[in-house]
Design a protein around this ligand. Structure first.
Ligand code: Q9C
Ligand code: ZN
Length: 684
């Protein structure tokens, strides 16, 4: 299993710039690369990466996407004077050429292919290429939007040829539509292209009809082009996460990519003069983390846009830090997607219903059939109940005052969200001695808390419990590990307990005694917890087979009736469409997952859950296990120690019964847990 993160950069790619006055292009500057690279140094991320040299892309490689005529045009710019350069530039939309452009464009292609080779050969698991010029707007016969050669599209063609790949996922989180990539793969079902972009009902550059949600691909490629058009500026963390939960991730897990290429533009981040969006740098950590659970972790991020230097460089750092598997910072802001975002999400889901099993129970009609009146009502409702900053009007170019304000904001924001202490990554596990040798070495920790210590601790919180020898014994493992997690000695851990209910109940007390505000407790199987859920400090989620009579009316007790199908591989819709959205809405500072007898979830489901939840609570997870076979323990231990999610096997859609249960819960709970929203029909 490959580990390690490649970083590909060469300062030669800073050797071209705009030579004349052109406000349309003056934001694409060499400092974009320099400041990103410097920031990686400052965070000591650089020294943790594997450095791979750049090379030039060959003509043959460039011609995987571009015509030889176009290649000759670009080549000819090498020897041009300024006047000639201006003339050639003028033949394209939003492009400038410099005598070094051709050389840099070849390096950008070569850097991207070096990254693909490093990942595909197993030299590293993932990586990032910091390149200029960007690529995703360029087309077979044209430069466009600062882009000369289509680095990512070339990389996908190259990976198909050289490594025989059959399924590649391209995720384009740049704020512009990578129409160049869309054109190359429109009819190609082996490349799934996902892009979100500022659209404003076609009023935003590149002003194309085919950037809308109904461009789903053509011919054999139908269903393999996913466009999420943003019709308002100001989209932020929760809107981006909602698009991932409700559009990209379900489809991507069904697609089962062998490699992920990210068109990694950061003009979708806060402060960017082009994007006018609000996503803060740690959002990119979360996006990266989700994608790392696919394709066995094989992910190549390739820089595209990003024009606010501070926002760009912080976001680059968050991406690389996540690729290096550091725990993620908590995502900031109110977790509620805005109406306009949900509208777009609903439209893409409806447009793709015919092509993806995960969407087959969607309503068929896209939204434009909704009457305007109810939309106004919803908008009014939104303004009353939410402080979401979206739904503002575009304000044109961000002026420099505003850019500096964002600089200051980011300076203090990053200090707040990055941990004051070096991140702890270690996992801990205590299981019965007989099983211990079956766990990965990194997670075996001998940590018997001494009996006196334990008694003191227990008696302080529960005078009755301390008298029961058997209960006390079952607590030992759980408390020892929890204690290490709370004191940040380890990040997460697994403990076996013969009385999971007693130990978990006590563990929760210990958490609040320690000062935690919110603990998300997910119970898989039959484990009864007697808890007081009124104050919101615990969100209890039961995943069980038996119909639970609604024990409490508390909004902090959710029970999900889940019947595992024979295939035992259909939990995606529950995790992506329900559990994660609820968890992100709640923003816990610790998660406890309890696995007990009579589980309605297989190993795949449990590992999917533990993989994806690691984005929350700075990865602090305690897993309490009772009466479960060692295979489950092993698989949980692996995911907690940072191994990419296992191969989930052939995709099986969830049963209609299960999907309807998710829908029912979503409707019932989306007022409270707003990340559940993926349709405006049920908004009010
Ligand atoms: N008046 C990338 O982010 N803006 N390219 C054109 C037309 C061009 C962005 C404005 C923006 C290009 C890679
Ligand atoms: Zn862009």
């Amino acid at each position: 299993m490959a580990s390690g993160t490649a970083l590909i950069y060469d300062d030669e790619m800073t050797s071209y710039k705009l030579l004349w006055d052109n406000p349309e292009c003056d934001i694409e500057v060499p400092e974009r690369l320099l400041s990103s690279y410097e920031q990686l140094k400052r965070y000591h991320l650089l020294e943790r990466c594997v450095h791979v040299p750049v090379r030039e892309g060959t003509e043959e490689e460039i011609m995987l996407v571009h015509s030889s005529e176009y290649l000759e045009v670009v080549k000819s710019t090498q020897t041009m004077n300024e006047e000639e350069l201006r003339r050639v530039s003028g033949n394209y939309d939003a492009v400038y050429f410099h005598p070094n452009t051709y050389r840099c464009a070849k390096l950008a292609v070569g850097a991207t292919l070096q990254l693909v080779d490093s990942v595909m050969s197993g030299k590293v698991c993932n990586g990032m290429a910091l390149v200029r010029p960007p690529g995703h707007h360029s087309q077979r016969n044209a430069a466009n939007g600062f882009c000369v050669f289509n680095n990512v599209a070339i990389a996908a063609q190259y990976a198909k040829r050289r490594y025989g790949l059959q399924r590649i996922l391209i995720v384009d989180w740049d704020v512009h539509h990578g129409q160049g990539i869309q054109y190359v793969f429109e009819e190609d079902p082996s490349v799934l292209y996902y892009s979100w972009h500022r659209y404003e009902h076609q009023q935003f550059w590149p002003l194309l009809r085919e950037s809308d949600y109904d461009a789903v691909g053509q011919g054999k490629g139908k269903g393999f082009n996913l466009n999420v058009p943003w019709n308002k500026v100001g989209m932020g963390n929760s809107d981006y996460l909602a698009a991932f939960f409700h559009v990209l991730l379900p489809v991507a897990f069904e697609f089962v990519p062998e490699l992920i290429l990210v068109s990694s533009g950061y003009d979708s981040g806060i402060g960017d003069p082009e994007g006018q969006m609000n996503a803060t740098p740690e959002c990119f950590a979360h996006l990266t983390h989700f994608l790392m659970q696919l394709a066995n972790g094989r992910l190549c991020a390739v820089l595209e846009g990003g024009y606010h230097l501070k926002s760009l460089s912080e976001s680059v750092c968050m991406t690389v830090k996540t690729l290096l598997r550091d725990p993620l910072p908590q995502i900031s802001g109110e977790m509620a997607p805005c109406l306009s975002a949900v509208e777009s999400i609903q439209n893409v889901r409806a447009a793709h219903k015919p092509y993806w099993k995960c969407l087959m129970y969607e309503e068929a009609t896209p939204l434009h059939n909704l009457v305007t009146k109810s939309k106004q009502m919803m908008e009014a409702e939104l303004i009353q109940t939410s402080t979401h900053p979206t739904a503002k009007q575009a304000v044109g170019k961000t002026n420099s005052d505003e850019a500096i304000k964002i600089d200051r904001f980011l300076e203090s924001h990053m200090k707040k969200i990055l941990f004051p202490v070096p991140p702890v990554k270690t996992s801990a596990a205590i299981v019965s001695k007989a099983d211990a040798h079956l766990l990965p070495i990194s997670v075996q920790v001998e940590m018997e808390m001494n009996a006196q210590e334990l008694k003191t601790l227990v008696s302080a919180l529960d005078a009755e419990l301390v008298k029961e020898e058997r209960a006390l014994l079952s607590l030992q493992n759980v408390v020892a590990i929890l204690d290490k997690i709370l004191k940040k000695k380890v990040c997460n851990g697994i403990a076996e307990s013969s009385l999971a209910s007693v130990s978990t109940t006590f563990a929760l007390k210990h958490c609040f005694d320690f000062g935690l505000q919110r603990v998300l407790c997910i119970v898989v199987g039959d484990v009864d917890l007697e808890l007081d859920l009124d104050d919101g400090k615990i969100l209890l989620m039961n995943i069980c087979q038996k119909q639970q009579t609604e024990k409490t009316n508390s909004k902090y007790h959710i029970s999900l009736n889940w019947r595992e199908d024979a295939e035992r591989n259909n939990f995606f819709c529950a995790v992506l469409g329900f559990i994660l959205p609820v968890a992100y809405s709640y923003q816990p500072d610790l998660m406890i997952i309890v696995i007990g007898p009579n589980r309605s979830l297989g190993i795949n489901g449990i590992s999917l859950l533990t993989c994806l939840l690691q984005g929350l609570a700075e990865s602090r997870i305690l897993v309490v296990i009772q009466d479960t076979e060692i295979k489950v323990v092993q698989s949980v231990a692996k995911t907690l120690s940072g191994v990419p999610a296992p191969d989930f096997g052939a995709y099986a859609p969830a049963s209609q019964e299960n999907v309807l249960e998710i829908k029912r819960l979503r409707n019932q709970l989306q007022q409270e847990w707003k990340m559940l929203r993926c349709s405006v029909r049920d908004w009010i």
